[in-house]
Design a protein around this ligand. Sequence first.
Ligand code: FEO
Length: 385
Amino acid sequence: MDKTINQDIIYIGCDDKDITQFEGQYVLEDGMCYNSYVILDEKIAIMDTVDKAKKQEWLQNLDKALNGKKPDYIVVQHVEPDHSSVLGEFVSKYPETKIVTSAAAQKMLPLYFPDLKAEFVTVKEGDKFSLGNNTLQFFAAPMVHWPEVIVTYAIEKKVLFSADGFGKFGVYDSEPDDWSCEARRYYFNICGKYGAQVQNLLKKAATLDIQIICPLHGPILRGEMLSNAIRLYDIWSKYEVETQGVFIAYCTMHSNTGKAAEYLKDVLVKGGKKVAIANLCEEDWAEALEDAFRHDTLVLASPTYDGGLFPKMVDFIHHLKIKNFQKRKVAFIENGSWAPQAARIMKESFKDFKDIEIVETQATIKGAFKEADKQTIETLAKEIL
Ligand code: FEO
């Protein structure tokens, strides 16, 4: 995909094809990219650095873009190390470059760079900053995804540098025809908790004429891709349903709970419902989390374990909780050979979730999924339908 922005703004980001997990927890099938940009004007500004894994490549990209010139400013929009970790080397190489950032970031940077010595320019909401032909305007975007985050609007070129916002997993060119798949997994896992703050940022963005979005991860967005991304961010950050349908997430020890879940899927599909299903014992929980937010109804199916809930299901519900899962219908299937407890515990776990409608009918399987168990699944399906 094209990384050309315009004659003044040059892409200097890097792909990391070797990384297999982001933040030590999110599986990456196709690496990750860290975007960074140089704005060449009478004064030269750099927009963020990259992860330390790509230090050398980024410094080379920077040298090439600068072509012997010296940068005047480096804008630190976000202090998280995937974007700031080369700042120390950068400042050593260009000690006269001023760091433009929020007051909150200025306080946070010493946590990562205790010996950093540089001149700071502190910017706050709405401040404008001229580079010559390009004026940068800064907007606070607290908790999208850390408290210090700012986004930057290049007024004349109508470009929004959106920090983590509108990012995605994957190297720059991964899944070029389907931005939403890995952008959705990225959004709900990285920013999902902060819907209200993302809404605040979208409201600010709506006042600007944005032709291009330059995020810190994922492709540069323009045209239809840009409007689709804004449309989806609005849905996601309001915790609205993107796809009418049911998502079934199950855990299974000896395939029996899995069979019950698959049977529910078949009955629902026959009833005309769109259904997605995932085995949490084998599949990526972060992808399952994304699917839970995507659909209107979530069904959780779990064995009872040690008199409690199966640990992988405990973990999944914990992730739903910390990501602010809400505004959905939730139903349960439990299995337990002698004392089924899973449905009761799952139900209790949702007590302090916001706006959750619990489906009263719950299905209980004891041991193997038998012919006689089909009726209880069909009853549950009927209520969901
Ligand atoms: Fe891409 Fe919050 O760092």
